[in-house]
Each structure stands twice: as C-alpha cells, then as structure tokens.
Design a protein around this ligand. Structure first.
Ligand code: FEO
Length: 165
C-alpha cells in the first residue's frame, strides 16, 4: 500500500505530466500555424508520450491500492519567439520535470518504498533521453539559424519522428 504522502506526490506528478502534454500540444499548434509541419508532428508525438507518462503513474497508483486524483491543468503559453526559443523552453521544462522526478525518488528512498523506486527509475532514464533530444535540436537550430532551406530540412527530419521515440 502506498503511503498517503507518496500517493499525493505521485498525483502531483500525474498533473505535471498532463501539464507537459498540454504544453507540447500548444507548441504543436504554434508550429502548425507557422508552417512547420514536421515540428508540429514532433510536438504531437511528444504530447502522446507525456500522456503515456501520466497513465503509467495513474495505473501504478491503482496497482498499489491507491487512488489517482486528477487536478486542474493551467493554460499553456501559446506564442513563442521562434523555433529555437520554443525548443529552449522544452529543455527548460524537461529539466524542471527531471528535478521533480529526482525529488520523488528521494522521497521513495526515505520511505524505503522499493516498488515506487523501481517505477521512478524508468522515469529517471526517460528524462535523460528527453533532455538529450531537446538539447540536440537546440544545437542544430543554433548552427543553421531560424530561417532558410536548412530549417526546412530540419523540420522534415523532425516530421519523421515515430510514435514513442
Ligand atoms: Fe514526462 Fe517530458 O517528461
């Protein structure tokens, strides 16, 4: 059985994951409106990934005999200065999420809650990937600038992202 404290913390993380999903869907809309269909697709895949993260925790709470409780989701930003600015916000956001996961893990260690530690280890690994992919795109955008043929090529490349990657 989950402790009440751990259940509350995991519910807070469900909210963070759904909020991330909402942020990336908003970014997808920004890209679609700005004629960057590949980036819009990339963000849409990211939206689905975040929902799957939320559901992983939702199912885990239920599996441990707890109660998943859904909280309000705030309106995400709708406008960004550029593609580069948008991906920099992605990286900043993912770093915050990583810090949240690490705090959760520390709490699970303190409570000697081993099953929660194992579930969170998956998230810790996932966050390394999430930060890495955003950082790579930022590096590419810094190299090629925000306009021109190279951006169209990068956008095409982002459009090839498969589900769950
Ligand atoms: Fe679910 Fe992007 O962290």
């Amino acid at each position: 059985m989950l402790s009440k404290k751990m259940q509350d913390a995991l519910n807070q993380q469900i909210n963070a994951e759904v909020s991330s999903a909402y942020l990336y869907l908003s970014m997808s809309a920004y890209c679609a409106a700005g004629n960057r269909p590949g980036s819009a697709h990339w963000m849409r895949v990211q939206w689905q990934e975040e929902l799957s993260h939320a559901m992983k925790l939702f199912d885990y709470i239920n599996d441990r005999g707890g109660r998943a409780v859904l909280k309000a989701v705030a309106q995400p930003p709708t406008d960004f200065k550029s593609l580069l600015d948008m991906f920099q916000q992605v990286l900043g956001h993912e770093r915050e999420v990583s810090a949240m996961i690490h705090r959760l893990y520390e709490a699970a260690v303190k409570e000697t809650d081993y099953p929660t530690q194992i579930v969170l280890q998956w998230f810790i690994t996932e966050q390394v990937e999430e930060e890495k992919s955003a950082a790579e795109i930022i590096e590419q955008l810094k190299l090629i600038g925000d306009q021109g043929a190279a951006v169209i090529m990068l956008d095409r490349h982002l459009g090839m992202r498969g589900a769950g990657k």
